[in-house]
Design a protein around this ligand. Structure first.
Ligand code: NAD
Length: 416
């Protein structure tokens, strides 16, 4: 983990690295370096034992020039305002790079869901939703799940918002249960986008997916889904890991069986017929494709020279420092940046919002078909920019994303 700069400072650095290639007014660039609006809330919640605990939460809107802000809510003991700011800014670029009519937002509550009962989790969620109700809304700011937040939590947020407004409010959040207006395919969408972009990248490097060796760090929603979808396409998943550690078998794992093992034992570790690996080692194993799908800052100047993968698809948000980016670009490793590789989730969130606004729901085939078209079109556009400007895919993706948002700000003008 990079200790010298905060995650938000890294996000600003990534913006600056790309903004110099864009014809952008200096005042607009300055506007985009800072979030538009940030709210800190401290709120009491009654715990099961009768005591009252004060929780802290955040909601940040980075930019809303092209549409309402959109971004997940994270429940984690290490959530900070700085991290939420960075994640909100990344959401602006992510929505822009795949041409969604959304700006970027993010939220979080400092808590450890593993230590909470369902009742406590519900009361925290409903009170946090009430505290940020002044910001969220179907046409202003639309939350979604992120680390440790689930469709059930989205249902509670939607219900709380609806109780306060006295009207149904299905489009106020995405990632809801399908029974409450959630979209088919949303649960798999981020991993599916990782799979699609990873295959495009491998093919551009002349590496067929059939038999390609893949390591996946993080075996939650994104990592495990990407792993089994890649396996379905013919890839050989040789290593996976979670917070407890990793497992390695150069002959390949049966991903769906590893999922069953994790469901039964709460970890991938101890899966029969594998060698244990620690998370740092997993990143450096011999493979064609590496998918970091856990935390920020795991690939840095210290380990980038040792990475053997020829393609990296960033399932997680911000898994790589700018130094690592540069080292890997020079070494010819293709990195599909987070704002493109994991944009499948927000793309299907957009489909969910559209379906909820129209109360007209699509089949799974329609959802996956639109997702495929959206993601591959954006991938091709980013590749073209990368070739034309001779920059890596991250800078190319940022160029596309920043240019669209900057133009929208210019056209809207400065109020008043
Ligand atoms: P999740 O909570 O479902 O899974 C996270 C996984 O990472 C778990 O398996 C956990 O055990 C593992 N992990 C935690 N600490 C680890 C460590 N030190 N080393 C290795 N593994 C570790 O979360 P998720 O929804 O899969 O999100 C993962 C990443 O993807 C996050 O960066 C998130 O912001 C990003 N992301 C998620 C979505 C989405 O739709 N879920 C969309 C875009 C981006």
């Amino acid at each position: 983990m990079d200790q010298t700069r905060s995650v938000y400072e890294i996000a600003v650095e990534q913006f600056d690295n790309a903004a110099r290639y864009v014809d952008i007014r200096p005042d607009i660039a300055e506007m985009l370096r800072k979030p538009k609006r940030e709210v800190i809330v401290n709120f009491p919640v009654r715990m099961d034992d009768g005591s009252v605990r004060i929780f802290t939460g955040y909601r940040v809107q980075h930019n809303i020039a092209v549409g309402p802000s959109k971004g997940g809510i994270r429940f984690h003991p290490d959530v900070t305002l700085d991290e939420v700011r960075a994640l909100a800014m990344w959401m602006t670029w992510k929505c822009s790079v795949v041409d969604l009519p959304f700006g970027g937002g993010k939220g979080g509550v400092i808590c450890d869901p593993k230590q909470l009962s369902m009742g406590e989790l519900e009361r925290i969620t409903r009170r946090y939703a009430t505290e940020i109700a002044c910001m969220i809304g179907p046409m202003s700011d639309i939350p979604a799940p992120d680390v440790n937040t689930t469709p059930q939590i989205m249902a509670w947020i939607m219900d709380t918002y609806a109780m306060h407004s006295g009207a149904q409010a299905f489009p106020v959040v995405t990632g809801k249960p399908v029974e409450l207006g959630g979209s088919l395919g949303r649960n798999e969408a981020t991993g599916r986008g990782v799979m699609i972009t990873a295959i495009e990248a491998l093919e551009s490097q002349g590496i067929p997916i059939e038999g390609a060796k893949v390591s996946v760090q993080g075996f939650g929603n994104v990592g495990s889904t990407a792993a089994y979808l890649l396996q379905d396409e013919g890839a050989r998943i040789v290593a996976v890991s979670d917070s407890q550690g990793g497992i390695y078998n150069p002959d390949g794992l049966d991903v769906r069986d590893v999922i069953r093992h994790k469901q039964a034992t709460h970890s991938v570790t101890g899966y029969p017929g594998t060698r244990p690996v620690v998370n740092a080692e997993l990143l450096e194993l011999p493979c064609d494709l590496l998918v970091p799908a856990a935390l920020e800052g795991v690939i840095h100047a210290g380990n980038a020279p040792n990475i053997k993968a020829r393609v990296i698809a960033e399932g997680a948000n911000g898994p790589m420092t700018p130094e690592a980016d540069e080292i890997l670009f020079k070494r010819g490793v293709m990195v599909v940046p987070d704002i493109l590789a994991n944009a499948g989730g927000v793309t299907v969130s957009y489909f969910e919002w559209v379906q909820a606004l129209q109360s007209f729901y699509w089949s799974l085939e329609e959802v996956n078909g639109h997702l495929y078209k959206h993601v591959t079109r954006s991938f091709d556009q980013v590749m073209a920019i990368s070739r034309e400007k001779q920059v890596n895919l991250r800078v190319a993706a940022y160029i596309k994303a920043i240019a669209r948002v900057a133009k929208a700000i210019e056209l809207r003008g400065i109020y008043p």
